[in-house]
Write a protein that binds this ligand. Structure first.
Ligand code: KIV
Length: 276
């Protein structure tokens, strides 16, 4: 499959997201946490790069995203922005960097924008509406995130699918519809819908004027996002809502084994790779 040469691609901007929804062009988003992988996924032609707080789990080895700090997100956003991708860079606000007050949220968003984010993402619906409105008022575009919000790990009792039960309590089906509307009304430019039943994601997508980007939310969203380590097959597990499009985990182990073997048997380095 031929990839689109970078030179032919236009920079993806925030208004493009709405335009793509209007044209029913599916939006693609993938996570990246450094310049190397940001370049690779950009060369492949992805529309949005999410510098996600999933870095806590897939890079830092944490069990969930709660320990990730704003300084760490700022660092990873800086690395990704050095790749100067054509894709839109979304900087994820980590737990504790926006929940205290709208003012704290604006300050944290400014921090990520100065490092090269082109919009920020935060988790929460109705309760985060005022915060989203305050950030967007200073012209920082916001991507919302509803459904299975990983920063709500302890409230949910783990990474659990939301919206299966009816109700207006957090995680209830009717509440998720309210969350989606609240995020839209607050001025978000798109919303990630994670870990909800397919029919609910479809209903949200049909009702909203802003694009929905699904993960574990079925095929009817306006776009899809996956974590880089899952797409590349670097993760050990394949979860129900993820897919390994390559097997770089085994590739990495085999390559390292080959290096170890050649060093041990004295075939690396050979004369060709030596200086004279
Ligand atoms: O941090 C992240 O990678 C995310 C995606 C799972 C949407 O929030």
């Amino acid at each position: 499959m031929a990839s689109v040469p970078l030179v032919d691609r236009q920079k993806v901007t925030v208004p493009d997201l709405l335009r793509m929804k209007g044209l029913e062009e599916r939006i693609t988003m993938i996570t990246a946490y450094d310049a190397t992988f940001a370049r690779l996924v950009d060369l492949a032609g992805v529309d949005m790069i999410l510098v996600g707080d999933s870095v806590g789990m897939v890079v830092q080895g944490e069990a969930n995203t709660i320990p990730v700090e704003l300084d760490e997100m700022a660092y990873h956003v800086r690395l990704v922005s050095r790749a100067k991708p054509t894709a839109l860079i979304v900087g994820d606000l980590p737990f504790g960097s926006y929940q205290v007050s709208p003012q704290q949220a604006v300050e944290s968003s400014i921090r990520l924008m100065k490092e090269g984010a082109e919009c920020v993402k935060l988790e929460g619906g109705v309760v985060m509406a005022e915060t989203i409105q305050t950030i967007t008022r200073v012209d920082i575009p916001v991507v919302g995130h509803i459904g299975l919000t990983p920063q709500s790990f302890h409230r949910m009792g783990g990474h659990k699918v939301q919206g299966k039960k009816s109700g207006f309590e957090a995680g209830g089906r009717e509440r998720l519809l309210e969350d989606a509307h609240a995020v839209e009304q607050a001025g978000a430019c798109a919303v990630v819908v994670e870990g909800v039943p397919r029919d609910l994601a479809r209903e949200i997508t049909q009702k909203l004027s802003i694009p929905t980007i699904g993960i574990g939310a079925g095929p009817d969203c306006d776009g899809q996002v996956l974590v880089l380590h899952d797409v590349l097959g670097l993760s050990e597990l394949t979860l129900k809502f993820t897919k390994h499009y390559a097997d770089l985990r085994n590739g990495a182990i085999r390559a390292t084994e080959a290096f170890i073997q050649e060093v041990r048997d004295g075939t690396w380095p050979d004369d060709q790779h030596s200086f004279h």
